[in-house]
Ligand binder design. Structure first.
Ligand code: GDP
Length: 505
């Protein structure tokens, strides 16, 4: 502080002194900041904590293992086109219809559950066309699937989408189980299919690996029980558990609006138990559960972990596939969460739009600068002058942060030229002088807009400035400075440049 006072007393504002002054101020500030941090900023305090986040609903921390019980595996069938995924799913679903006392028609709700003939175990199959839901869930980092059943046709072997499916499963860290399909075909060669998988690091048990493989025929429905048993064995190895207690969570498998039932979506419950009257939020939608139905169209009283269930009662927009579902206390809370999420979405959208606008503006700016350069270059050609200035403006990519932008208007060609000539002699690596535009005649609305855009000072020489333009300049916070003597104008410009200098390191 004493050193600062010294400088003040000397009142010598050489640029050297100013730089010293700045560095001293910086040191003093740093000292106080350090002191402040020591005194009032314990490490534990988090700054910028956004309390408004309390308005949202979040997944719960993992449940206590002692509250958890075994749950059924959730399986996705993947593989190359035409290798028999749909046929296999139909066969599995059909086996269930024959089994069930309902005997009726299963409805497509995006998932179905199968009970094994001679065991207690169940398997939930996701039945989503094109795996769209699976993909969107992956994008959200949510795993709906415990096991991927990779269908490989025994007469066709490993193909492009087989490889893609392997990559998918590996990225999601989901174990693969191989169903070698179409084994009924005379041309079938299961060994070639299995060997093909080796190349992609899917090593089946026969080859000393850990991946189970079952030869099946989806068309003839052979060996399907063995496939299901393999799935259950894999699930047991994984020791899949879940809790039926506490607030429910899950994932939207698919959504649709039908004439009779209105808005409904299939939910795969992952935690807790969903009942009639449960209040759920998913994305920016919420639901007071009016009814729960299974894939047979039966009304069910409740649905726990690994159970797919169709729920009705959605308000507003239908949630999209892959959306995370969280149960909240009541409808008020749901409305609050939805309103908060909607406002967040709006903000995001507005930000995106702003981003687009600023990009557009940047492009316009560039285009405009190009025009100015051309104008300057034309001036050079015509009059053989302003060479340095043209170069400097066109080199404006040079990495000098401090700059002074100016827009020059003069009464006659001669005065503008004279001023430009002086400006042309300005050379510095430390501060860039940018001529945004120059010309004859009083500043116009366009000049004000350009000056505002580029942060330029408007220098007027020997010109009246119309009142309306003055007002506009005030509104746009553009400075217009008027001079009658060239020397004064240049002095002012020098001052503006010098003012930028201390910021240079
Ligand atoms: P996706 O594209 O993987 O869903 O394959 P699809 O299930 O639509 O089956 C493609 C074709 O292969 C259809 O003509 C099926 O009838 C046939 N297909 C599926 N599974 C078998 C099978 O196990 N054996 C034979 N021979 N044909 C099958």
């Amino acid at each position: 502080i004493e050193a600062l006072l010294d400088i003040e007393k000397q009142n010598q504002l050489s640029s050297e002194n100013r730089e010293l002054e700045i560095s001293l101020i910086a040191q003093v500030l740093a000292y106080f900041k350090m002191k402040l941090r020591k005194v009032d900023m314990p490490r534990s305090v988090k700054y910028g904590e956004d309390k408004s986040d309390d308005l949202d609903a979040y997944p719960q921390p993992p449940p206590d293992p002692k509250d958890c019980k075994r749950r059924s595996p959730v399986v996705t069938i993947m593989g190359h086109v035409d290798h028999g995924k749909t046929t296999l799913l139909d066969a599995l679903r059909h086996s269930q219809i024959v089994e069930s006392e309902f005997g009726g028609i299963t409805q497509h709700i995006g998932a179905f559950s199968v009970k094994l003939p001679n065991a207690d175990a169940r398997i939930t199959f996701l039945d989503t066309p094109g795996h769209a839901a699976f993909a969107s869930m992956r994008q959200r980092g949510a795993n709906a699937t415990d096991i991927v059943v990779l269908v490989v046709a025994a007469d066709d072997g490993v193909k492009e989408q087989t490889i893609e499916s392997i990559r998918y499963a590996k990225n999601a860290q989901v174990p693969i189980l191989v169903a070698v399909n179409k084994c009924d075909k005379p041309t079938a060669n299961p060994e070639i299919a299995k060997r093909g998988l080796l190349e992609h690091d899917v090593v089946v048990e026969e080859y000393g690996g850990e991946v189970m493989a079952v030869n099946v025929s989806a068309l003839k429905k052979t060996n399907l029980t063995a496939l299901q048993e393999a799935i259950v064995t894999q699930a047991e190895l994984m020791n899949l558990k879940g809790t039926w207690q506490g607030a429910s969570e899950g994932l939207i498998i698919e959504s649709k609006a039908t004439l009779g039932k209105g808005k409904q979506s299939t939910l795969l419950v992952q935690r807790g138990t969903v009942r009639r009257g449960s209040v759920l939020v998913a994305g920016a939608s919420y639901c007071k559960v009016r009814s729960l139905n299974d894939e047979h169209g039966r009304n069910v009283p409740e649905a726990g972990p690994s159970t797919p269930v169709e729920v009705t009662g959605w308000r507003g927009e239908l949630p999209s596939a892959g959306e995370y579902v969280i149960q909240v206390e009541n409808e008020n809370r749901a409305q609050q969460v939805v309103a908060y999420r909607e406002s967040k979405l709006k903000e995001l959208k507005a930000e995106e739009e702003l981003g687009a606008i600023s990009e557009q503006r940047a492009a316009q700016r560039q285009e405009y600068q190009q025009l100015v350069r051309m104008k300057l270059a034309a001036g050079v050609r015509r009059k053989g002058r302003f060479t340095t200035e043209v170069r400097r403006v066109s080199e404006h990519t040079v990495n000098t942060d401090p700059k002074v932008a100016l827009l020059l208007k003069g009464d006659v060609d001669g005065s503008v030229e004279a001023i430009m000539e002086v400006i042309d002699t300005y050379k510095s690596d430390r501060c860039r002088l940018e001529v945004v535009d120059f010309g004859v005649g009083p500043p116009t609305e366009v000049d004000i807009a350009n000056a505002a855009e580029f942060g330029a000072i408007i220098y007027c020489f020997n010109l009246p400035v119309p009142g309306a333009i003055k007002k506009l300049a005030d509104e746009k916070k553009v400075t217009i400075i008027h001079f009658n003597i060239i020397y004064r104008l240049i002095e002012h410009l020098k001052g503006a440049l010098t003012a930028q200098l201390p910021a240079v390191k």
